[in-house]
Design a protein around this ligand. Structure first.
Ligand code: GLY
Ligand code: MN
Length: 415
């Protein structure tokens, strides 16, 4: 880890990590120029009032610099790496303190050349003129879409189809396999996620408002890292997961679902889902359902290992759920066939899990099927199974979430 004297830089591995990652990338791209954009600051309600800064994960992976205003370039043909960006001026330094120069930044991540941002357009135009391939990843932020559209003289709706599949596949190959130093970061941020959950469990009390617990959890994520890895889900109506309201009073007899995780200063994410009784004791009915989910969870942990397709782990979890619900009389018939046909999805509409890393849904911006499926494993068209984000064969170094659940969504059951 590098000791950083500039306050604006949060964390970096040593520069050898980034040099190695870029060398591995170069070995996988045949020719052309590769472009990596940083994320910009994003405004909340007026230009200078911004959200927490979040770097693009792929830029963090290859350059480690968690700062806006940079473009990383790798020329595959001559092997030269460049960082485009502008030095801070006195107008910034008055407000922000001493800042690294572009040369400092390039040195920290082992890049040879720096250039002013104003030189990028001419550099790219020259490459286009020579018919050189320019590889870029699918942009997901509006400002970067406009920037790329201007730089490459491509209409915005042509950016996605012109994104480089060769580059996407190479980045996925690298980022999917976590090294020992990444796993160390992941372990720490998982501990932070556990602290968020156990604190909420301990502090849960009838009469409190969900918001009090959600805020405690988010505070822990901010105190120990850069914040949450996705907006906290904490709800007595956790059967519909993407409900971010925390305004209900905690009631005796209800269950509380918490789906949350933290992001480390190094940029790595954790993600756990847990459900527990508000009053501290499951009713018999609640316990019966909880035990089924727990069984699915434990069997998934036992099954997941290199060489096993995560699709098979997901199907086993679906089968455990269908079996348990059949035994309780909530489903009927052959539970194995029911799980294969996706009938369990009435109670678990999502998949078992997804890759986890620098993003909570790791590399989802690059295209979920590139990340979670391969030449032998294809996404199911069936409701429920089709929501599985990662079905491919697991390899040493993959990190996936294991998040089975049983949800009672009245409108879905009604149908
Ligand atoms: N656990 C939250 C999510 O996967 O979206
Ligand atoms: Mn998740």
């Amino acid at each position: 880890m590098v000791h950083l004297h500039f306050q604006i830089l949060k964390f970096m591995f040593t520069k050898e990590t980034y040099i190695r990652r870029r060398a591995q990338l170069k070995a996988q791209i045949k020719n052309g120029i590769v472009l990596f954009l940083t994320n910009n600051e994003a405004s909340m309600n007026y230009p200078s009032n911004t959200y927490r800064y979040r770097q693009d994960s792929t830029f963090t992976y290859f350059f480690g610099l968690q700062l806006p205003g940079l473009v990383g370039v790798i020329d595959i043909d001559d092997g030269v790496e460049k960082l485009f960006g502008d030095d801070f001026g006195i107008d910034d330094i008055i407000w922000m303190g001493d800042q690294p120069t572009m040369a400092d930044l390039a040195c920290m991540c082992g890049v040879a050349q720096v250039h002013a941002m104003g030189a990028l357009q001419a550099y790219l135009a020259k490459a286009v003129h020579k018919n050189r391939r320019i590889h870029f990843l699918p942009p997901y932020r509006a400002d970067n879409k406009i920037f790329l559209s201007n730089m490459l003289n491509l209409p915005i709706d042509q950016l996605q189809p012109h994104a480089s599949e060769e580059l996407i596949r190479a980045v996925v190959n690298l980022r999917a396999v976590k090294t020992a130093e990444e796993i160390e970061e992941m372990d720490k941020v998982c501990d932070l996620g556990v602290l968020m959950h156990t604190t909420v469990m301990k502090e849960c009390q009838i009469g409190k408002v969900e918001r009090e617990l959600a805020g405690r959890a988010e505070g822990i994520a901010i105190s120990g890292g850069t914040g949450v890895s996705f907006p906290v889900i904490l709800s007595q109506n956790g059967e519909t997961l993407h409900n971010h309201h925390h305004e209900q009073v905690l009631r005796d007899g209800r269950l509380l679902l918490a789906d949350m995780g933290a992001e480390s200063v190094s940029g790595y994410s954790s993600d756990y889902t847990r459900t527990f009784p508000v009053n501290g004791k499951f009713s018999q009915k609640q316990k019966e359902i909880y035990e089924i989910v727990l069984q699915a969870n434990l069997e998934s942990i036992a099954m997941a290992k290199p060489g096993i397709r995560y699709w098979d782990v997901h199907l086993n979890a679906a089968t455990v759920i269908a079996k348990g619900l059949t035994e309780l009389g909530l489903m009927k018939g052959d539970y194995k066939a029911a799980a294969i046909e996706g009938a369990h999805a009435l109670f678990m509409p999502h998949g078992l899990g997804h890759m986890l890393g620098l993003d909570v849904h790791d590399m989802e911006d690059l295209g979920e099927d590139y990340v979670g499926y391969d030449n032998h494993t294809f996404r199911s068209p069936i409701f429920g199974h089709g929501s599985l984000r990662c079905g491919r064969e697991l390899q040493q170094g993959f990190i996936v979430t294991d998040e089975p659940g049983i949800y009672f969504i009245p409108q879905l059951i009604e149908m």
